[in-house]
Design a protein around this ligand. Structure first.
Ligand code: PGA
Length: 255
């Protein structure tokens, strides 16, 4: 990866662990990464734990919390939803938008994702935008087209002045939680294509600066060769982020 782009390793804890388990996990991660700068670390815990997890990481170097989801609405009668103002009020910096599990199980549409991105930006939050092709799309060879459409649909109206608040996460659906990882060649090929697409939507300068993370069964073993790819700037880690030792190894996987 290129020196002037931000390196990021983010842990998406999904719907796992109790409060006590989550606190033990974040404390173990903080202990192991104490004082380490250079790679930005983000934890995406379940909503109820954001405030307490945030208090553990707030004084650490390059360490932030993010929400796994946010409402597209400001506030009001939306039972069960969590607004960006609420997230910000507990110290949350980032929000994940477009994760394939939200697209698949909660039927989030491109229009909704655009509104969520807009809402997050309006509230001065940073967005990690997730996208990636399905197994069927990869098999029939339409993965580049899928990814280009996902980027264009969600980011076509993204304000260029906010580009510093956007991180991309390429997550091929066939690799998420399956133990099947994209090879470094597949990851690099797609990340280079994503950067080219971003240069078409925005500019070559924006494309050169934006961090593009890989996600999908990234672990302590395969992270070094994935992160060594020129256009891979870090990872969005699911399963392996639930183990402090593995997650910290991944954080230290940049050459
Ligand atoms: P995984 O999940 O690392 O368990 O495959 C990645 C993600 O969904 O962000």
């Amino acid at each position: 990866m290129t020196m002037n782009r931000k390196k990021i390793v983010a842990g998406n804890w999904k719907m796992n662990n109790t409060f006590t388990e989550s606190m033990d996990l974040v404390r173990a991660i903080v202990d192991k990464t104490k004082g380490q700068s250079g790679t930005e670390k983000i934890i995406f815990p379940p909503h109820p734990f954001l405030k307490n997890i945030g208090e553990v990481v707030v004084n650490e170097v390059d360490f932030y919390t993010g929400a796994q989801n946010c409402s597209e609405h400001d506030k009001g009668a939306f039972t069960g939803e969590v607004s960006c103002d609420m997230l910000k009020s507990v110290g949350c910096t980032y929000v994940l938008v477009g994760h394939s599990e939200r697209r698949q199980y909660f039927n989030e549409t491109n229009e909704q994702l655009v509104r969520k991105i807009q809402q997050a930006l309006n509230k001065q939050m940073k967005v990690v935008f997730c996208f990636g092709e399905s197994l069927a799309e990869r098999k029939r060879g339409s993965h580049f087209e899928t990814v280009r459409n996902q980027l264009q649909d969600a980011l076509g109206s993204f304000p260029k002045k906010n580009i510093g608040d956007l991180v991309l996460a390429y997550e091929p659906v066939w690799a998420i939680g399956t133990g099947e990882t994209a090879t470094p060649q597949q990851a690099q090929e797609m990340h280079a294509f994503i950067r080219k697409t971003i240069s078409e939507i925005f500019s070559t300068q924006v494309a050169a600066q934006i961090s593009i993370l890989y996600g999908g069964s990234c672990n302590a073993r395969n992270a070094p060769e994935l992160f060594a790819c020129a256009d891979v700037d870090g990872g969005l880690i699911g399963g392996a982020s639930l183990n402090a030792e593995d997650f910290c190894k991944i954080i230290n996987s940049f050459g």
